[in-house]
Ligand binder design. Structure first.
Ligand code: BES
Ligand code: ZN
Ligand code: ZN
Length: 498
């Protein structure tokens, strides 16, 4: 799909569909919509009077062959109350419009922004929303409905003086949207097609194409470096693990003492639970247990194009969690790369184990500020459902606030969770330094976060639990069922804010 900035006045566009959006404030026929009403000789006022055009969120009003316009269709999408309208709503409006037209066999359309839009943010949000909406999880379907595709979209409605700002926003939105879909493609892959080795190959190919430095540690180097926590999870599988490292270095030599952002993502390409095996019901979904890692790879893909002013090191530990004959067993004691000993009381709490070594390694490589993303706990689904990402911060509140501010700016819902010292007691070890699950007192997502924090130490660190938000169980008007790529936009914003 191509998204470009149109050059003609939107009302005279010859297109399969002309789209804009309507606010729910008394009279919905105002501004741009009033302009269209004049072109169509009062048609929209009539429709509004009849109650079929109200501006209610994601209401779709489709007019075929609107007299007075050259477009074959006019689509008006409800955008809700004007004072609640923001980039998040616009992303959904643009995405829902695309999916609505796609199912009706439309191949190209013009999307007109409303009058008084901030061109840069508006163009970015529209591009992000449309690219996310265009994604379909149908790679392995042999009977593809190929005729149902959107080939090109033109953005319109910007004032001449706003064109260059709109171009910039559009370009950024395309990079971010495509990178998010790159991550979603990886997340969608079944585990027989995407083993840790294949993920590493795909990461390497992406990095080379994007001009990023890449280093993939194989099982031998992982063992040489004594990454005992990662190895303990991998030992139950015949598939060897990988530690994927991708580095972005800004062209202007960074000053000494400049911050280095370390982003770490859990990539368990399939989580059976290991010997603490999961129930079979719904286990197929555990192919998405690598969503954190895939998202971080997508972030790097975007940063290679957007070129932030900060060095970024991405570390992705990749492994299967299998109950093979050599698998670790509950009660086993493992030594992490940092030297800390871990009592593995539940082999299904494997994400924190592999992150322990990855976080330690990111610090060793020079990261001064850390963010990890992981489908870490079922407990976060209990706490926040599939609405918010759980945010767990260390001692550096300013760093947590910075991440939360980026989430807000990027339009991703994230909610801060408590990290009181009392919770740390829950993972105190009996025979080793720490144990990998809490002692049955609840707070499962918090104890998981505290476990990772043990390895972040004094380095500013934030953990994002995306177990509830990385997979969309029900198709939405603006998004297909399946992987979401959540946290990517937040982390791109974070890196760009340096
Ligand atoms: N990958 C799971 C967490 C998960 C659950 C992701 C649901 C997506 C949806 C993780 O490795 C896990 O199994 N966690 C355990 C931890 C427990 C044993 C302390 C859990 O949440 O049950
Ligand atoms: Zn698990
Ligand atoms: Zn897992």
């Amino acid at each position: 799909m191509q998204i470009t900035l149109g050059t003609q006045p939107f009302a005279s566009a010859e297109t399969e569909a002309l789209v804009t959006y309507v606010f729910e404030n008394g009279d919905p026929v105002q501004g741009r919509v009033a302009e269209l009403d004049q072109f169509t000789n009062g048609l929209l006022k009539k429709i509004a009077k009849g109650g079929e055009l109200t501006g209610k969120t994601l209401e779709m009003t489709l007019v075929h062959a609107p007299a007075g316009l050259k477009a074959a269709r006019l689509l008006l999408v409800g955008a809700g109350k004007r004072d609640k309208f923001d980039s998040s709503v616009l992303r959904r409006v643009a995405g829902a419009a695309l999916r609505y037209l796609k199912t009706r066999g439309v191949h190209n359309f013009v999307f007109a922004a409303r009058e008084d839009s901030a061109a840069n943010e508006t163009a970015q949000a529209i591009a992000e929303g449309m690219l996310a909406a265009d994604f379909e999880s149908d790679k392995y379907k042999t009977d593809k409905k190929n005729d149902k595709s959107i080939d090109s979209v033109q953005l319109a409605g910007f004032a001449d003086g706003d064109r260059s700002a709109a171009e910039k926003g559009l370009a950024r939105g395309v990079v971010i949207g495509e990178s998010q879909n790159f991550a979603r493609d990886l997340i969608n892959e079944p585990s027989n097609k995407l083993t840790p080795r294949v993920l590493a190959e795909k990461a390497e190919a992406m990095a080379k194409q994007a001009g990023l430095a890449v280093d993939v540690l194989d099982e031998k180097r992982i063992a040489d470096m004594k990454m005992g926590a990662l190895l303990s999870v991998a030992q139950g599988s015949v598939e060897p693990p990988r530690m994927i490292v991708i580095t972005y270095t800004p062209s202007a030599a960074p000053k000494s003492g400049a911050p280095v952002l370390g982003i770490v993502g859990k990539a368990v390409t399939f989580d059976t639970g290991g010997i603490s095996i999961k129930p079979s019901d719904g286990m197929e979904k555990m192919k998405y247990d690598m969503a954190g890692g895939a998202t971080m790879l997508g972030v790097m893909r975007a940063l290679a194009a957007l070129k932030p002013n900060v060095k970024v090191i991405c570390v992705v530990p990749a492994t299967e969690n299998m109950p093979g004959g050599k698998a670790q067993k509950p009660g086993d004691v493992q030594t992490a790369m940092s030297g800390k000993t871990i009592e593995v009381l539940n082999t299904d709490a494997e994400g924190r184990l592999i992150l322990a070594d990855a976080v330690h390694y990111a610090k060793q490589l020079g990261a001064t500020h850390l963010v990890d993303a992981a489908t870490l706990t079922g407990a976060i689904v209990v706490a926040l459902a599939s609405i918010n990402v759980g945010v767990f911060g260390g001692a550096d509140q300013a760093w947590t606030d910075k991440v939360l501010a980026s989430a807000k700016a990027a339009g991703e819902k994230m909610w801060p969770m408590p990290m009181d010292d009392e919770y740390r007691e829950f993972i105190k070890g009996t025979v080793a330094d720490i144990q990998n699950i809490g002692s049955g007192k609840g707070g499962g997502s918090i104890t998981g976060a505290w476990f990772i924090r043990e390895f972040a130490g004094d380095t500013p660190w934030v953990h994002l639990d995306i177990a509830g938000t990385a997979w969309n169980d029900d198709a939405k008007a603006w998004l297909a069922k399946g992987p979401t790529g959540v946290a990517l936009r937040t982390l791109v914003h974070l890196a760009m804010s340096y």
